[in-house]
Design a protein. Structure first.
Length: 591
């Protein structure tokens, strides 16, 4: 298994002495990557590092100051283990030069001040006893007191058996300490190295805002042997590894060791960017809608194969994008892309529906995609980041597996969460806004639509099939669905229409992105000066009044329902052989 630990420390020590990779056998004596990061340049095997070596690689030279260095482990509470445990502690201290299995302290990473928590697998397997739990809890408490972020690097093999139930209780202690850090609105990044199992993994290591792992690291509550014993069939290749955890939505990234420090620095940089938007571009950002465009033509433009997708826009909107992966429950969903970005010098949280990815490559999100978006929303709230969502989906994936994993619950949670999320929200429909799947990410303070985007309660094809029994008649019914940007603006559903290049966004991606960026910045600038209470009141009123403010709307809705019932009765009569009167012509009235 690429990059996983060798079965014995002796084997790796022998490899280190000969400067050969224990996985592929390559000689590494002349390898710069091996000497700087202890990584095989040929197969990517990541050698074990001590806590001191970790700190040396991550922290800016001369900035680390260790804390609680003299905190020692308790004696064994298991009487028959007292002498052997005391001897094991003495041997571990002599071998590692450490007082215990964790090193804590303060330092800087690329100029970002932080608190560091690093466990050492070489000290009794990095197991968490009372001293380790106490040092970890103190580190998080110190971070809260000094208003600093925390970065942890965890290699651990479980609880400290010799300390009995007191060792187990450290999980609750450290989890509570992390909770207080979150309540203080401070960032926490966790790095899972090989191996990361047991009590440390199932407590403070898994509670970070952003979790990354080194390639091939063994990760999980139980050690690999216990997982194998619990399963009747052999484990699949790569099970219980960092890569498997990424696929199942449990971590955000698998990161090569040389990239850890740059990633940590970039993430902390973004989470510290709270300045106001600075653009002074006073040119008109929105389109003055004149006349109604041909609806079916707009449908074709919104679905154009070359139309920019969410990731196309994100790449042009922000010079830095740190992507989040997974819902931390079941899986990841590439149909929804989330991450931290920089917009006009201000950190924002970006969520985009990616129509080139996901279920059957049509951009139909699964429940885990929406739950990943919920993670991003809560992080935006915690760090006071404006939220920008880009909408482009034909709708949520309506398969049985999605329903059984809580599709409706996930969409409902999105609507409720966005309705009172305590941060400014700007959403823009950039392609096809398909029904509930689109609405789930478009409850916002400002809702925009690109000029040739569409917003639909049902696709024209599905509507034609329902009313005429023939999806091919979609063009006939498209106008009646009131799905164009012009229609949505007239109905008061959206706030503004974002212009596109003359031939459409598909003709010039760069220009389309420039126009979109200008519109987003303008809206965010207007919102950033509004008090939070006022922002939330206006958001509530916005959605409370939609569809109830005119006699014309109610009358038109009644007429629409009357005509739909009449058409359905005629269809049913034709199916049963009953003579039907002439079909009522004319468009269905929509306010």
């Amino acid at each position: 298994m690429r990059g996983t630990a060798v079965e014995s420390e002796a084997q790796e020590r022998e490899a280190l002495e000969s400067e050969a990779c224990p996985y592929c056998g390559a000689e590494l004596g002349q390898s710069e990557l091996y000497h700087t990061h202890e990584v095989c340049q040929y197969c990517g095997f990541h050698f074990s590092l001590s806590a001191r070596e970790r700190i040396e690689q991550l922290v800016d030279p001369g900035t680390f100051r260790e804390t609680d260095r003299s905190l020692f482990a308790l004696e064994s509470v298991v009487s028959r283990q007292r002498a052997p445990y005391s001897q094991s502690l003495s041997e571990a201290r002599a071998r590692t030069g450490l007082a215990g299995a964790v090193v804590t302290g303060q330092g800087q990473v690329s100029g970002n001040a932080l608190v560091l928590v690093v466990t050492d697998f070489g000290f009794m397997g990095g197991s968490m006893g009372s001293a380790v739990g106490e040092k970890v809890a103190r580190a998080f408490e110190r971070a809260v007191k000094k208003n600093l972020p925390v970065v942890s690097v965890v290699t651990s093999g479980g609880a400290r058996m010799q300390e009995g139930v007191l060792s187990l209780m450290q999980m609750a202690k450290t989890a509570a300490a992390v909770k207080r850090l979150h309540e203080a609105g401070l960032p926490y990044i966790s790095v899972l190295a090989n191996p990361c199992t047991g009590s440390a993994y199932a407590s403070f290591a898994s509670l970070a805002d952003y979790i990354v792992a080194e390639p091939g690291a063994l990760i999980g509550l139980a050690p690999l042997r216990a997982v194998q014993e619990a399963e009747e069939a052999p484990l699949p290749h790569g099970a219980h590894t960092a890569e498997a955890h990424l696929r199942h939505g449990l971590i955000d990234q698998v990161v090569e060791r040389p990239q850890l420090k740059p990633l940590i620095a970039a993430t902390l940089d973004l989470l510290g960017r709270h300045q106001q938007l600075k653009s002074k571009d006073g040119r008109r950002a929105f389109l003055k809608v004149k006349g109604a465009p041909q609806a079916w033509h707009q449908v074709q433009l919104a679905r154009h194969a070359q139309r920019p997708s969410a990731t196309d826009y994100i790449a042009r909107l922000t010079p830095t994008f740190i992507e989040l992966h997974g819902d931390r429950l079941f899986g990841d969903d590439s149909a929804i892309v989330c991450g931290l970005g920089l917009l006009d010098g201000r950190a924002v949280m970006l969520i985009g529906q990616e129509r080139h990815r996901g279920a059957r490559q049509r951009g139909r999100p699964y429940p885990e995609g929406f739950r990943k978006a919920h993670r991003a929303m809560r992080l935006a709230s915690k760090f006071h980041l404006p939220l920008v969502t880009l909408i482009d989906t034909p709708g949520a994936f309506a398969g049985l597996e999605a329903e059984e994993r809580g599709l409706g619950n996930a969409i409902a949670e999105s609507l409720a969460l966005m309705s009172d999320l305590p941060t400014p929200i700007v959403s823009c429909i950039i392609g096809e806004g398909g029904s509930e799947g689109a609405l789930a990410l478009s409850v916002a303070d400002r809702l925009l639509m690109q000029e040739h985007a569409i917003y639909e309660v049902i696709s024209p094809e599905a509507a034609a099939d329902l009313i005429y029994g023939d999806p091919a008649r979609a063009e006939e019914i498209a106008a009646e669905l009131k799905l164009t940007a012009h229609d949505c603006k007239d109905l008061g559903v959206i706030d503004a229409v974002v212009p596109e290049p003359a031939e459409g966004a598909h003709g010039d991606h760069d220009e389309a992105a420039r126009l979109l960026k200008r519109a987003l910045i303008r809206e965010l600038k207007e919102l950033q000066g509004e008090r939070l209470g006022s922002l939330l009141r206006h958001r509530h009123k916005r959605y409370r009044k939609i569809g109830q403010d005119s006699h014309r709307f109610r009358a038109a809705l009644r007429e629409r329902l009357r005509r739909l019932r009449r058409r359905l009765r005629r269809r049913q009569g034709a199916t049963m052989g009953t003579p039907a009167g002439p079909e009522e012509e004319g468009p269905l009235p929509i306010p």
